[in-house]
Design a protein around this ligand. Structure first.
Ligand SMILES: NC(=O)c1ccc[n+]([C@@H]2O[C@H](COP(=O)([O-])OP(=O)(O)OC[C@H]3O[C@@H](n4cnc5c(N)ncnc54)[C@H](OP(=O)(O)O)[C@@H]3O)[C@@H](O)[C@H]2O)c1
Length: 331
């Protein structure tokens, strides 16, 4: 198969390209050459900013599938479609579960999508990201009619994750003292979903090979996981003697602790429905999710060699966590 990957050198794209090359596919990469230059010498490289001149993609080359891993604005999809018109088989626009207008437990792909007042905005942030991705999905269908796959991943985790969300938990348990305590937020039975980046990449590649079309929630595990299951998998894999201390959500909120940003992965009860999506369509088309223990062990091995990359990484600082635990215990 001839595969074009737009944005294939950092996290999801990097794993996708590695697996595609491993499977013997011929891969062309389009990116700016900033993230990990020198990666994948065996691929064909087109160095360009997708927001500018795309003549680097030539006029004659054809691809069986194009996987667009870094589209955030509909005009980016329109520009790519104009450049590639008639030259790709399947087009994958990697979307997100953030496309949904609201979440309810067990939600499938037919739920209502988010909308935006200003569809031409160039500001991609927490308020606009999901609705702009929904517009990217529409732009994909307009530009590559009947040939689009719109994978909607939930939280993606694993080696090379630049966001330090799931990785924060891995680092937290990896540095815990034997017998020490770790703050565990909310309820052990609160739902948790995420997908190992390598499982997401394998599914994308499989759908490129099959030419699948349509929208798919992309997350694991099967059956759905819980915060207690995650904490237990972290403890078992990284610190069997560590003692989790479950701290009530109301106490944490009153202390100014924010779910997701202060304690990554965890969502408070008002938002936890987004950790309970129906991914049965993806499973029926081959999605397989590895055990959490494997994701944790591999992320820990990678994290031990990689510094936390965001300038303001998420997660509680050690002193703040200790102070919260002391206050939680205080009579
Ligand atoms: N991470 C998650 O938890 C999550 C969850 C749901 C959905 N998603 C979606 O999954 C996709 C992959 O996310 P990711 O974080 O894993 O991305 P990634 O693979 O790290 O992708 C970044 C890639 O895009 C390239 N790139 C960025 N801007 C570019 C531009 N203007 N022109 C050309 N290439 C450009 C980068 O290379 P250069 O910098 O060298 O150009 C790099 O190769 C995204 O569409 C995201 O919205 C992610």
């Amino acid at each position: 198969m001839r595969l074009l990957v737009i944005g294939g050198t950092r996290f999801l794209g990097r794993h996708l390209v590695a697996q595609a090359l491993q499977a013997g596919h011929r891969v062309t990469l389009l990116n700016r050459g900033r993230a990990n230059p020198g990666l994948f010498p065996q691929a064909d490289h087109c160095i360009a900013d997708r927001n500018g001149d795309l003549s680097v993609l030539g006029d004659d080359e054809r691809w069986d599938a194009a996987i667009d891993n870094c589209a955030y604005l509909p005009r980016q999809v329109h520009a790519l479609a104009a450049r590639l018109a008639g030259r790709v088989g399947q087009y994958q626009m990697v979307s997100s579960i953030s496309v949904y207008a609201a979440f309810r437990p067990g939600m499938a792909e037919d739920a209502a999508l988010a909308t935006i007042d200003d569809p031409d905005t160039e500001t991609v942030d927490g308020r606009t990201y999901g609705a702009l991705k929904a517009l990217c999905e529409q732009a994909a269908e307009a530009g590559f009619p009947g040939r689009c796959l719109q994978p909607r991943p939930a939280l993606i985790v694993g080696p090379h994750d630049p966001t330090e969300r799931f990785t924060w938990w891995v680092r937290r348990f990896a540095r815990a003292e034997p017998g020490g305590e770790v703050l565990a937020p909310g309820r052990p039975d609160a739902p948790v979903q995420f997908i190992d980046v390598r499982d997401a990449a394998a599914w994308l590649l499989r759908q490129a090979e099959a030419g699948t079309t349509g929208a798919f929630n992309l997350t694991g595990p099967d059956p759905a996981g819980t915060m207690g299951g995650l904490i237990d998998a972290l403890r078992t894999t990284l610190g069997p003697t560590v003692r989790p201390v479950w701290v009530d959500e109301d106490f944490l909120r009153a202390a100014g602790v924010e779910p997701w940003s202060d304690l990554p992965v965890w969502l408070g009860r008002d938002e936890e429905a987004s950790h309970r999506l129906d991914a049965s369509r993806a499973r029926a088309t081959g999605l397989r999710c590895r055990p959490w223990a494997e994701t944790i062990a591999d992320t820990a091995a990678w994290a031990a060699t990689a510094a936390a990359s965001p300038s303001t990484p998420p997660g509680l600082a050690p002193a703040r966590e200790a102070e919260l635990l002391a206050r939680w215990r205080a009579p």
